[in-house]
Design a protein around this ligand. Structure first.
Ligand code: BGC
Length: 255
């Protein structure tokens, strides 16, 4: 019996509220194998329109039919289906994402929550590589995403951005978008993040917390203002974490 060689490249797609990004990923290093391409998220961001944009990205790179394709989505994905959605069009609720996307691009697709994908990339190649115990990866963006690992194994769809803290949905107060929309200083935003991370620490006692999302490239502005008992470190992969994690999961299997 012949066994096919493991793929060395997979294609990752990151679906966000403002942009849909894609790139091929070198699976041995976790680096992008070509410059990523970004297409603005269609508005309104309905399933059909987003699926067409995903197909456009795959076509633009001429992704070979044998290359595994993984994509991230800004909502929980339970066995393929979106149970609720905060930051894209509400008509995504109940949609089977891999089925829709597989039909749009004519091949199998693995779909995973965006923070889970970013977390997988940080554990495989970045700031949480080799970390034992309970690791929490958070992404600060339009919302707050979370990925929880126990000795490297993901507990999917944790949704810790929607913890209710002081009567608010946590991400409404502490996401990076709250800082931008409300014109908060770094200090003011850090006070909200402090409240967020101390609540998360009380509930989960993580051994390591990784802070990702686009704003993590400015980590020196706010991480030094935060006090946590676990080490709090910036993500290593920054903007490409979702793409890399999705590609990694597409190649290595995902439930
Ligand atoms: C969603 C999460 C997502 C996070 C970051 C939240 O509003 O519920 O699923 O990971 O935003 O995009």
């Amino acid at each position: 019996m012949t066994q096919s060689a493991a793929p060395t490249v997979a294609f990752g797609i990151d679906i966000g509220g403002s942009g849909i990004k894609g790139a091929p990923v070198d699976l041995s290093t976790g680096e992008l194998a070509a410059e990523r391409l970004r297409i603005p998220t269609p508005s309104p961001s309905r399933p059909r329109a987003v699926a067409e944009t995903v197909a456009e990205l795959v076509d633009a790179f001429g992704v070979p039919g044998t290359t595994p394709v993984g994509l991230t989505f800004p909502a929980p994905i339970k066995h393929g289906v979106v149970p609720f959605i905060a930051n894209l069009h509400q008509s995504w609720k109940g949609v089977d994402v891999p089925a829709l996307m597989s039909e749009a691009i004519g091949r199998q697709v693995v779909a995973v929550n965006d923070a889970d994908a970013a977390g997988v990339a940080e554990v495989a190649f970045g700031a949480a590589r080799g970390a034992a115990g309970v690791v929490l990866v958070t992404t600060l963006g339009t919302g707050i995403g979370s990925a929880l690992f126990v000795d490297g194994t993901l507990v999917p769809n944790t949704e810790l951005g929607h913890l209710e803290i002081d009567g608010h949905d946590a991400e409404d107060r502490a996401a990076s978008s709250a800082r931008e929309n409300e014109g908060l200083s770094w200090q003011e935003w850090a006070e909200r993040l402090q409240r967020y991370y101390e609540t998360v620490e009380m509930l989960f006692s993580p051994d390591l917390i990784v802070v990702g999302g686009g704003v993590s490239k400015k980590h020196e502005k706010f991480l030094p203002l935060l006090r946590t008992s676990a080490p709090l470190v910036p993500a290593a992969l920054r903007n490409s974490a979702g793409i890399v994690g999705a590609a990694h999961l597409a190649a290595h299997g995902h439930r």
